[in-house]
Write a protein of this length. Sequence first.
Length: 153
Amino acid sequence: MNSYSKTAVVAYQKSQTNTINELALVIMLYEGTLRFLKQSIDSIERNRIEHAHLLITRSRDIIAELLSSVDKKKGGKIAIDLTALYVYMFRTLVEANLTKDKEKINQVIGLLESLLDGWKTTKQSNSDSIDEPLERIASLRADKARKSTSIYG
């Protein structure tokens, strides 16, 4: 193997590692958010309102970070769908936190669990692209999110 080939292989392997590490981080963020949201429901049921507030706020902050990390230039339609979903989840958690509404929290949990399945599928396939497994999930859920984030509606 010549020097150029070795350099190309190393670059490819580094790219693969970065992709896997990014996916692992996204998965950890989703799992943490789900854990916080489930704990917030438990706190609401136990009338631990301040604790529920802190957990919902943590979840909302993670979703805000996920929203800010969407690469709209490279992501195409999937980036638009994920952005709409993250905005919808953020707004829903703001509302849920004001009223301690467990149903709204459960809506966000359902969305996160669906998306998490797509991220895990991507990680297992060691795919360079997140588009294929997530596109189906995001497009199914994005319509609902777009309607909820409309300024007219």
